[in-house]
Design a protein around this ligand. Structure first.
Ligand code: FA5
Length: 345
């Protein structure tokens, strides 16, 4: 029996030595050390042996098991080391190779045009104000002389979140917020760029989300000619010295008088063509003198202070400046479109 165990051990060590993968090694473990293995089988004669013989057989069978186990453990470590070395060799990186150049992004045209307009107004002494995009009915409408159920609310179809909360339809609520911050003491000279939202159907000139830049000036001697001079300066800076503006009477509940501002057409320079529908002019923004009610609600004494305000649509400015024929181009993120206007960076 002892000879048989010796043979089993010899065979096992030989097979373990030749084994070349971990899966096969595990099968050998089961084969030799499992319940149905040859060592367990050899132990079946135990019951027919006397005490001394049993002791010797038990000792030898334990030694055999330990020898096989040790050989399997040593082989496992060896195979694992070999596998790791193979993997490391395969995945080795040549750190001296030149790396890939990540493609460089560019500033989006809407951001460029906003920066350009901001620079013009900051150069005239304006500071930049901000306000929330999720706005209250109170600031978006009521503080701007648009009480609930006022018919002019229809001019700006609104995304309501609750009855009191909405996505701002214009940047004009920042006028009201700014006035309250100044506690009725002028002068005020701010612009506010930001996103606005309207339930407009998207088409070539309308988007349900677009940008506006609000302007607000309050002082003790502010007149309509200050508004005109400011906008004329701005238009010439953006479009060129040869462009003229004109005021057309309009209506906004928060300004009185109110105007739409047109600029001479880029194509025909005011003579009239198909682009400007033969009027010679293209509309670019809404503006007016701040309504006394709005000044009053904002904490300014309308007998002491006057102000003007305007609301620019920067996408429409960019469209006119760069000949873009569809506002949806700004929001579809076609990189070929975006890359054309990498003017600044
Ligand atoms: C207003 O939103 C006023 N709050 C502007 C204003 C401010 C007037 C201060 C007086 C004093 P209006 O709805 O006309 O006005 O919008 C202003 C500009 O936003 C438009 O001239 C246009 O350039 C742009 N605009 C309006 N609706 C859209 C739209 N759906 N998509 C893209 N641009 C738009």
């Amino acid at each position: 029996m002892l000879e048989k165990l010796k043979d089993i051990c010899k065979n096992a060590l030989c097979e373990i030595n030749e084994c070349q993968d971990l899966k096969q090694l595990n099968l050998l473990r089961v084969k030799y050390l499992g319940k149905k293995g040859p060592i367990q089988d050899a132990m079946k004669v135990m019951k027919d042996l006397d005490k001394e013989q049993r002791k010797v057989l038990g000792q030898v069978s334990n030694e055999t098991k330990n020898d096989i186990l040790e050989a399997i453990d040593a082989k496992t470590k060896k195979l694992e080391k070999q596998m790791l070395e193979k993997k490391l060799k395969k995945e080795a990186i040549d750190v001296t190779l030149p790396s890939f150049k990540p493609p460089l992004g560019t500033m989006h045209l809407t951001n460029q045009i906003i920066e350009e307009i901001e620079d013009i107004f900051v150069g005239m002494g304006y500071t930049i104000a901000t306000g929330p995009e999720v706005e209250t009915d109170h600031y978006n409408f009521e503080m701007l002389n648009l009480p609930k159920d006022h018919p002019a609310r229809d001019m700006q179809d609104t995304f309501y979140i609750t009855e009191e909360l909405l996505l701002r339809t214009h940047t004009s609520p920042v006028q009201a917020r700014t006035m309250l911050e100044y506690n009725g003491v002028g002068p005020v000279k701010i612009i506010c760029p930001g996103k606005v939202y309207r339930r407009d159907d998207d088409d070539a000139t309308h988007s349900h989300q677009f940008l506006q830049i609000e302007g607000l000036v309050i002082g003790e001697d502010v007149t309509m000619s200050d508004l005109k001079g400011t906008l004329e300066f701005y238009v010439k800076k953006v479009f060129g010295e040869d462009r003229e503006i004109r005021f057309r009477p309009s209506f906004f509940p928060f300004t009185e008088p109110s105007v739409e501002v047109d600029v001479t057409c880029a194509k025909c320079k005011g003579k009239g063509c198909s682009m400007c529908k033969h009027s010679g002019y293209i509309e670019i923004l809404g503006a007016g003198m701040v309504h006394p009610n709005v000044l009053g609600m904002g904490g300014f004494d309308p007998n002491k202070y006057q102000g003007f305000a305007f609301g620019i649509g920067p996408e429409r400015i960019a469209m006119l400046k760069y000949g873009i024929d569809d506002i949806r181009q700004f929001y579809t993120n076609d990189l070929r479109f975006n890359r054309q206007f990498n003017l600044k960076y």
